[in-house]
Design a protein around this ligand. Structure first.
Ligand code: PHE
Length: 453
């Protein structure tokens, strides 16, 4: 890929576009982060708010990123510079690159945990262990050794390797086949989980809303999770859609991706919570929830060995198709704005992310005393990027499309210059101009207590 738009790489097929975008969206955000955040925020009521945010804010932000990316054919920073020359909008791109650094650091650390769990599955490391033992096994791994750091580097290296080879060869190929298999295994896990004794409590936790559990923090976390899971608010999809061909239908692509992403999060919830209740695990136990719960399920099912190896492998792949998309934001920026070649840009990005990543991987070990606002480095980056930077980026992105690009250019891009019918255009503009920005702003205001509810 070069800095000149004509020589840019692009996705080869319609399915390739959806696969790569879905590959970015679907990952640890759905299977690791969603259950742990739902667990910490009281279940059903959180789920409803989350779903509302996906539809009312997430989808329009995703389409806005597509519009910006495809019409500019640039990275997250360059896109704003090209579409709004001489205006300060490029700051949105810089925020995105910053968020990419933060997410890459802690996300790759969690992806590293997945590698440990692939290894443990292979050596049959869960066998015969009680729920309490599996829980302390996770804690010991995270706090007592250098392994999280080693796995972090392995995963970072894998991501860099794929990124060096470019978008099309690297990304499209892997996502196409493996995602559907992951969905199948998730469904098998759901069946096992809901048929465990005592599973009912988990289903009502997830699906029976208890609105007394809603606080200002819950609402912010639901918004953050929606952004994080859809990979929006930081220019990942601006970058990816800059490789989308002119004939693709942006609206329907966004709809398919958001739908698939949300279904997988819900499937993950149905796989996890019944088991959480059946095994007496605390739903609010935080970042370890999935890594503690799943091995319990595998132990209780026929073919558990086979399924656990396969599941963690695929989870690793799902994580990889997401880390690729995050690193690509940084690399595309380095290549197109700082004129580095792709290889050098990948190295520069990898090394700088690794400094932050080092602190994340050891956040429960050697770095556990480094804390700010009561959060270790990992928790701080997780919270700040998902709940603050992404929604703030999303707010600016919809404002940019609604008010700066305006009706004519937006309609031209969405309709492929009049070729597609965009019957949803009017409501879309209403949402990006008013509804989404006001909703995001309200969530933020409510945080600082200005609204007092
Ligand atoms: N959406 C990805 C996931 O759910 C994570 C991600 C966030 C990727 C932000 C890119 C940008 O796993």
């Amino acid at each position: 890929m070069s800095g000149v738009p004509t020589g840019r790489d692009s996705f080869g097929s319609r399915f390739g576009v959806i696969a790569a975008t879905a590959g970015s969206a679907i990952g640890l955000g759905n299977i690791w982060r969603f259950p742990y955040v739902v667990g910490e925020n009281g279940g059903g009521a959180f789920l409803i708010i989350y779903l509302a945010f996906v539809v009312a804010i997430g989808l329009p932000v995703m389409m806005s990123e597509f519009i910006i990316g495809r019409s500019s054919q640039r990275n997250a920073f360059g896109a704003f510079k090209k579409l709004a020359p001489g205006k300060p909008w490029f700051v949105v791109g810089l925020m995105g690159v910053t968020a990419a650094f933060m997410i890459m650091a802690f996300y790759t650390a969690v992806a590293g945990w997945t590698l440990e769990y692939i290894y443990l599955s292979f050596v049959n490391g869960f066998e015969g262990k009680s729920a309490a033992e599996l829980s302390s096994m996770f804690d010991q791994f995270r706090s007592g050794s250098m392994r999280p750091l080693i796995w972090f580097f392995v995963f970072m290296g894998l991501t860099a390797l794929i990124i060096v080879s470019g978008v099309k060869n690297g990304i499209e190929k892997y996502t196409k086949i493996l995602m559907p298999v992951l969905v199948l295994i998730l469904i098998v896990l759901c069946v096992r989980s809901v048929t465990l004794q005592g599973a009912g409590g988990g289903l009502s936790f997830l699906f029976k809303p208890d609105f007394s559990k809603i606080t200002a923090k819950t609402i912010l976390e639901a918004l953050g999770q929606a952004f994080f899971s859809l990979s929006i608010g930081m220019g990942t999809l601006i970058t990816y859609s800059s490789y989308i061909q002119k004939k693709e239908n942006l609206g329907s692509t966004a709809l398919s991706v958001a739908f698939a992403d949300t279904m997988i999060a819900i499937l993950a919830g149905v796989a996890i919570f019944p088991a959480v209740f059946a095994f007496g695990i605390e739903p609010g136990s935080g970042e370890g929830l999935v890594y503690i719960t799943l091995p319990n399920i595998f132990q209780q099912m026929a073919g558990g060995y086979f399924f656990s190896v396969l599941f963690f492998l695929l989870l690793g792949v799902a994580a990889l198709t997401s880390t690729i998309s995050v690193l690509e934001v940084i690399v595309a920026y380095f290549v197109e704005e700082l004129n580095m070649n792709r290889k050098k840009a990948t190295w520069a990005a990898t090394i700088s992310v690794s400094v932050l990543g080092f602190m994340c991987a050891l956040s429960w070990a050697g770095m556990k005393d480094v804390k700010l606002f009561g959060k270790n480095v990992f928790e701080l980056l997780d919270f700040t990027s998902a709940n603050i930077l992404l929604p703030l980026g999303g707010l600016l992105i919809v404002l940019f499309v609604g008010w700066y690009l305006g009706n004519k250019r937006t309609k031209a891009e969405l309709s492929n210059d009049g070729e597609l019918k965009v019957s949803y255009f009017k409501p879309f503009m209403l949402v990006v101009k008013f509804i989404a920005p006001i909703a995001i702003a309200l969530v933020f205001l409510q945080q600082i207590g200005l609204l007092g509810f």
